[in-house]
Design a protein around this ligand. Structure first.
Ligand SMILES: C[S@@+](CC[C@H](N)C(=O)[O-])C[C@H]1O[C@@H](n2cnc3c(N)ncnc32)[C@H](O)[C@@H]1O
Length: 278
C-alpha cells in the first residue's frame, strides 16, 4: 500500500485526480497521490506511449529554451501552466544558456506553486506566482511579473500543454491575443497542444476519462484550431509539428510515426501589430 506523503499543502483535495500531479506521475515524479496514479495508469492503458509523449514534451521544452536563450537572444521568459518542477526547468536551461535570464512561472495549482517556490528560493532572477491562464491581465499585472519582466523588451511566453485545459476555443484565442497584445516586437509564443486529428477515438477516450475524473476539462483540438490559436505570430521553422519533429538534436530522435506523440508544438515570433496595408 502506498502511504500518502505528509507534504501536502493545506486544503488540497487529494482524493480527486489533478492535472499537475497526474503529469508529475507520468514524468516519474513523486508529488502525486493515489487518485492521480490511478487515473494516470488508466490513461497508460489507453495509450502505452503516454509517458514517452510527456518526456518528449519536456525534451521539446529544453530544445526551445536553448533556441530562445541562444540563437534568438531572448532573456525574459513567462511560463504559464509551468507545472510541478522536474528536470530541465525553463529557468535552469535559460540561465545555463544565458546567465541572468529572468523567468516568471505561473500555475493555478497549489502543489506546483509550493514546490516551484522551494526550488526558486535564493534565485533572484526567477519567481513563481499563483495565477490562472483564464485571467491573463492579472498575470501580466502581477507585481512579481512586473518586477522581473520588462514588457518593452522581448519576452517568450510559454503555454505548453495547458491551452487544452481551456475548453472554449474562443476563450483560448482571446487569452493568447491578450498575451500577444502585451508583447514587444521580437517576442515569442511557445505552444504545445493536444491534437485529435490522427487518433480521434483515442482523443475521445482521453477526454471522457479526464472530464469525468480530473479537476480540469481537457479538449483536444484539430490542427486548424491549434494553428488559429497562434494568430498574429509567425511560426519559425519547422512550423506546427508533432513533438519530436521540432528541431530534434539528432535526426534519429524522430520516430517513424511521430503522430503517436499526439501533441502539436510550435514557436511563433511576434513582429508587432499588422500595419494597415499588411
Ligand atoms: C500538463 S502540465 C504542463 C506543465 C509544463 N508546462 C510542461 O509542459 O511540462 C499542465 C499544467 O497547467 C496547469 N494549469 C491547468 N489549467 C491552468 C490554468 N487555467 N491556469 C494556470 N495553470 C493551469 C496545471 O496545474 C499543470 O501544472
Amino acid at each position: 500500500m502506498t502511504v500518502e506523503p505528509g507534504w501536502v499543502p493545506p486544503g488540497i483535495d487529494t482524493t480527486r485526480a489533478n492535472v499537475a500531479r497526474v503529469y508529475d506521475y507520468w514524468l516519474g515524479g513523486d508529488h502525486n497521490f493515489q487518485a492521480d496514479r490511478d487515473l494516470a495508469r488508466t490513461i497508460i492503458a489507453l495509450d502505452p506511449n503516454i509517458r514517452a509523449t510527456m518526456r518528449a514534451n519536456r525534451a521539446f521544452l529544453g530544445r526551445v529554451v536553448r533556441f530562445l536563450a541562444g540563437q534568438a537572444g531572448i532573456r525574459q521568459f513567462l511560463d504559464i501552466g509551468s507545472g510541478i518542477p522536474t528536470e530541465n526547468n525553463v529557468h535552469q536551461v535559460a540561465q545555463d544558456t544565458a546567465p541572468g535570464s529572468r523567468v516568471v512561472y505561473v500555475d493555478s495549482d497549489d502543489v506546483a506553486v509550493a514546490h516551484s517556490r522551494l526550488l526558486l528560493a535564493g534565485n533572484p532572477d526567477a519567481t513563481v506566482i499563483q495565477g490562472d491562464l483564464r485571467e491573463p491581465g492579472k498575470i501580466l499585472a502581477d507585481p512579481e511579473t512586473q518586477l522581473l519582466l520588462d514588457f518593452t523588451q522581448p519576452v517568450a511566453v510559454f503555454v505548453v500543454a495547458v491551452l487544452h485545459f481551456i475548453p472554449d476555443t474562443g476563450q483560448a484565442a482571446q487569452i493568447v491575443a491578450a498575451l500577444r497584445d502585451a508583447l514587444a516586437p521580437g517576442s515569442y509564443l511557445v505552444i504545445c497542444h493536444a491534437c485529435r486529428d490522427e487518433q480521434p477515438s483515442l482523443a475521445n477516450s482521453f477526454e471522457s476519462v479526464y472530464n469525468s475524473r480530473v479537476t480540469a476539462r481537457l479538449v483536444m483540438r484539430s490542427r486548424d484550431e491549434i494553428a488559429g490559436l497562434c494568430d498574429g505570430f509567425t511560426l519559425v521553422e519547422p512550423g506546427l509539428v508533432w513533438i519530436p519533429q521540432w528541431r530534434p538534436d539528432f535526426p534519429d530522435d524522430v520516430p517513424e510515426d511521430p503522430s503517436r506523440y499526439w501533441a502539436l508544438v510550435g514557436v511563433g515570433r511576434y513582429d508587432g501589430p499588422p500595419s494597415p496595408g499588411r
